[in-house]
Design a protein around this ligand. Structure first.
Ligand code: SF4
Length: 490
């Protein structure tokens, strides 16, 4: 079956990948059941919080250089614009690019518009975005409100294009459609594939597409060792980079959750091969990733030389770090797939991965050959006894950490760090998704953990003064069961 379908909307992850939001058990069982698509996900009787697919779509659209975004939504849906603006400025500076400012306007749908129609407001917002930002393309982001009233964004986009003479691209990321907020990544990439990507004019055999979040520039120096150039996508890419990404020798990504859809579609539609091994987190995955890239860029001998030299270079410090960190227990809390990346680095540093929690779990991928990092992690680390899938719910995560008591907590999203800190657990926040790639990434990870463990007293002090919103009785007596709709004690 074709990965890419020429339709305005991408299928939600629950249907396309059988994604789930709830599981508790061990890694091997999850992996086996996932392959059979038979993981039970009864959900929860109570949700403290959630997130929205629009937020994930913005991760892509807000950071396209030269584009503006019109959010066809009530103003409250644009709550994420401010942190993304700060992030954009920091990342552009870090990567040596001109300062990137998020160019965004909300159509501010209100109650009356949901009755009498909001298309006039959408046109007005599009032309205002054109006047203010002079963009080369405008993304139109859908929301619950625009979806519920059935706004015809396709025809509005076509009419606006006739007037503006550049692409006006709808992104169907309505929050209500999917419980799996990563559906927003797929929605944004689908829009990019539909409207902005062009067939290759010529092939660039030394160019590698890297789909990443807006992280620091670690891939350019890393792939320079193989004489390769990097096309960072999509955050912080220009429209020209996006249009010509079909010219690259291959497509890699830092996270299955982020980019397996777009990578598979690029391979299918334009013949750009997808690198189908785990991303370069941890030594064995980095070796395999370099070999795979070398295969597509005809550099196999050079890759072997680089791998041997890099192993030799990092060995003395790696051994020191492994001795210092030996036996420390670690728990990873992150989005699906990226948790596996972080756990794979931890095992290289002699840490004992005693558990991991992912925010959702995809049961299968676009093509059977695509990478399965849970499978790869079990192969390199062995089984992990405590694996949960949990969409952030603080009452569950806090209880789980209280029961498991790891020496270190590693989180991918900075807003998850207080979970560990309030419990006195030294917590490493891996906010920059590119920071720990490659061989140096393992060393940097180890150095930060040593510093973190040295600050254990600070975390103890934070815990002493932190007030949790749960009663002592509840903390001592409740049983949080991720496989049951009844959460004990509530
Ligand atoms: S699109 Fe829907 S779920 Fe998302 S922020 Fe707006 S109202 Fe909330």
């Amino acid at each position: 079956m074709a990965v890419y379908k020429d339709m305005p909307e991408v299928e939600i992850r629950e249907r396309r990948l059988n994604a789930i939001l709830s599981y508790q058990g061990d890694a091997e069982t999850l992996n086996i059941q996932s392959k059979k698509r038979k993981v039970k996900c009864p959900g929860s009787s109570y949700n403290q919080c959630s997130q929205c697919a629009e937020g994930c779509a913005e991760t892509i659209t807000y950071h396209v250089i030269g584009a503006a975004v019109v959010s066809h939504a009530p103003i409250g849906c644009s709550i994420g614009v401010s942190p993304r603006h700060i992030l954009s400025r920091a990342v552009s500076k870090n990567r040596g690019l001109p300062e990137h400012k998020v160019q965004m306007i909300s159509s501010n749908i209100n109650e009356e518009d949901t009755v009498y129609g909001a298309s006039k407001k959408l046109f007005a917002a599009i032309y205002e975005a054109d006047r203010r930002f002079k963009p080369k393309t405008i993304f139109l982001q859908a929301s619950c409100a625009s979806g519920i009233i059935g706004e015809d964004m396709e025809s509005i986009a076509r009419q606006a294009e006739e007037k503006l003479h550049y692409p006006v691209v709808p992104v169907y990321c309505e929050g209500f459609k999917s419980n799996i907020w990563s559906t927003g990544f797929d929605a944004a990439f689908h829009a990019v594939l539909r409207r902005l990507v062009k067939p290759a004019q010529k092939k660039q055999h030394d160019l590698v597409n890297i789909f990443n979040f807006a992280g620091s520039d670690t891939f350019i120096p890393f792939l320079h060792k193989l004489g390769l150039r990097v096309n960072y996508l999509v955050p912080m890419a220009t429209l020209e980079q996006i249009a010509s990404l079909t010219e690259a020798a291959c497509t890699a990504h830092i996270c299955e959750t982020l980019a397996t859809y777009v990578a598979a579609a690029l391979e299918e539609q334009y013949g750009v091969p997808e690198v189908k091994v785990p991303p370069p987190f941890g030594i064995n995955w980095t070796d395999g990733w370099l070999r795979e890239i070398a295969k597509y860029t005809d550099r196999l001998d050079l890759a072997e030389q680089v791998i041997a030299q890099e192993h030799e270079r990092i060995q003395p410090e790696l051994e020191k770090l492994r001795t210092q960190l030996a036996g420390k227990t670690v728990y990873v809390l992150s989005g699906d797939a990226f948790a596996h990346n972080l756990a794979n680095i931890a095992k290289d540093l002699n840490l004992k991965v005693i558990g991991l929690s992912t925010l959702h779990h995809d049961l299968h991928f676009e093509t059977p050959q695509q990478v399965n990092t849970l499978d790869a992690l079990i192969k390199s680390n062995g089984n992990i006894k405590n694996v949960t899938v949990c969409n952030k719910q603080p009452y569950r995560i806090l209880k789980l950490l209280q029961d498991i008591k790891p020496d270190v907590l590693i989180v991918r999203h900075p807003n998850l760090a207080p979970f560990g800190m309030k419990l006195g657990i030294p917590t490493l926040s891996e906010g920059d998704g590119n920071y720990s790639i490659g061989y140096d990434g393992v060393l940097k990870f180890g150095r930060r953990l040593i510093e973190l463990l040295a600050a254990k007293n600070l975390f103890n002090n934070i815990a002493l003064h932190a007030k949790l919103p749960y009663s002592k009785w509840w903390q001592q007596n409740s049983i949080v069961n991720f496989n049951n709709t009844q959460d004990g004690g509530l």
